[in-house]
Each structure stands twice: as structure tokens, then as C-alpha cells.
Design a protein around this ligand. Sequence first.
Ligand SMILES: [Zn+2]
Ligand SMILES: [Zn+2]
Length: 349
Amino acid sequence: MRPCTTVMHLLLRCMRGCGRHSRNRMPRILRQLVSYIKLIFKSLYFNSLTNSEVVLDCILEPVFWTVEVVTRWFGMVFVFLVVALTSSVVFIAYVCLLPLVLQTYSTGWMMWHICYGNWILVMIVFHYYKATNTPPGYPPKMKNEVPFVSFCKKCVIPKPARSHHCGICKTCILKMDHHCPWLNNCVGHYNHRYFFSFCLFLTLGCMYCSISGRDLFIDAYNSIDEISQPPYTYKDRMFHKSVIYMWVLTSTVSVALGSLTLWHALLITRGETSIERHINNKEAKRLAKRGKVYRNPFSYGKLNNWKVFFGVEKRSHWLTRVLLPSGHTPYGDGLTWDIYPLKKNMMPV
Ligand SMILES: [Zn+2]
Ligand SMILES: [Zn+2]
């Protein structure tokens, strides 16, 4: 009995020893393994500058990427839509409405409709062509003396004041306003005026069609129920449908594009671009907390901002450079924005 008891005693001690031994060793190995995995995982994304904004940007990156790719690929489709819709309205105006104007209106009204309608059409076509075909302006890629305010991480070049990177064009743009899918081009320093004039004249053209075609639209709309009845021929039906299509399209565009044009007019009055509006708002709030007032360094006063925007140096320029097609280049090179460009004694307000 005694040897048996001794063996049992030794076995128990051994098992207890092994248990104690493995308890000590295994967790340490596991702990090391887990900490290695953690270290490898953290090394994949660790950045001492990471904050909630960076994390949010990373999460939204696929969304931005999709929007950029879709906008890039559908750029020509949007341009085709603008050309097709505008052409359809012009076609209806010439084929359906012009004969009516020539038959029924007095000579004075007839001249007004022909002159105003064609002037608006010329302005729309000219500014759309220029807005889509004029490069917005790019900062120099080579080493230069231009003062810069920040650095573009994507282009790896210094960014002059008011320049921003466009993810769709994949380059930095001088005085960038926004990337316009309807132009398939960025709106920047060299084509901002063409973009605004296009919006303005297209709104005026749509308002003109909407107001002058209102009575015809009401007649056409009221006759929808009887449109298939004998007094109406195929030509009449097509006329009614064309008038309804034109009125609905031009009225909708008048409201939508009119609001956008008003918004841009407000920005031009303030001497801001769409991007700067957000930056300036943030800056104004930040300074307001400190009891200070923010002043936009690129604003020269309301009227002067418009003069700079349209390149108006003398009174006659309001006619030749604003109300008639003009291909003059904007003030400055879009790189430096030191002084008011028209009169040197007037400093930015
Ligand atoms: Zn860039
Ligand atoms: Zn762009």
C-alpha cells in the first residue's frame, strides 16, 4: 500500500506542476502573439496626425471615388444633354413660334422678339462654348518664385492663394470655384466669367420663353382633352405638345438655374468663390469667438468686385464686355492677389 500511495502522490504533484507550468507559459506566448498581431494591424493605419475628420474622409473615400468616376465618364453625356435640350427649344421657337409672331404681332413687337431672342441665343452659345473650351488655369508644375499658401499632397506642388485640387480633373485649379459636370470642365480663374454669363443668359432665355409662351401653353394645356377630336389635325397636335414641352422645360430651368445664378451673383458681390464661401464662413465663426471680425482679403467692395469679375475698366465695357460676346482675359495671372487690379490706390476692403 505504501509504494502505491507514494506513486499517486508523485503523479499528483507532477500534474499540479505541469498545470502550473503550462498556465505560466501559454498565456505569455498567447499574449505576445496577440500583441504582435495588434502591432502589425496598427502599423497599417497608424498616423500621429489622425483625427475624426481623417477617419471620416477614409470612410467616405469610396463615395468620393464613385462620384468622381461617374462625373468623369458622364461628362460628355451632360454636355450632350445641354446641347440637345437647348437645340430642341430653339427648334420649337423657330419652327412653331416665329411664324406665329410674324403673322400676329405688330412690327415693333416683332422686331423686339427677333432681336431679343437672337441676342440671347448668341450669348448662350458663345458663353457655353467658351466655358467648356477655356482651360480654368493651372498652377506651374516647375520650380518658381510664385508665393504659395499651402502644398497639394496629390500633385506634389505648392498651391498659390485661391487654388484648390480638383479630384475629377486630377490637378490643381487656379481660383477654383467648382467642377461643373454640365460643362465637363472645372470653373476657375480663366473661365469663371464665361460660366456665370452662360448661367445668366440661359436663365434670361428660359424666362423669355416661359413668359412669352405662357398664353400658348394655357391654350395647348386646355385643349389636351379635345386634342384627338376632329378639328385638330396632326400638325395641331404636334404644335400643342411642342409648346407644352417647351414651357415646362424652360419654366423648370428658369427656377433651378435662376436660383443658382442668384447664388453665384451673391458670391461675386462678396468677392468669393463657392469653395471660399465655406472657408470664409468657418474663419468668420472662429474669429467671432475671439471677438474679431473676419474680412475677406480678396474683396474690393461690391461694385468693384463686379468690375474686376467682368473686366470693366470704363463705362462702355458694360456694353462691349458684359452685354456682348467678348473674349478678353481676366485680370491677373490667378497666382498672386495682392492689390486691386484696376486702380493701384484702392486696396482690398
Ligand atoms: Zn493638386
Ligand atoms: Zn475639375
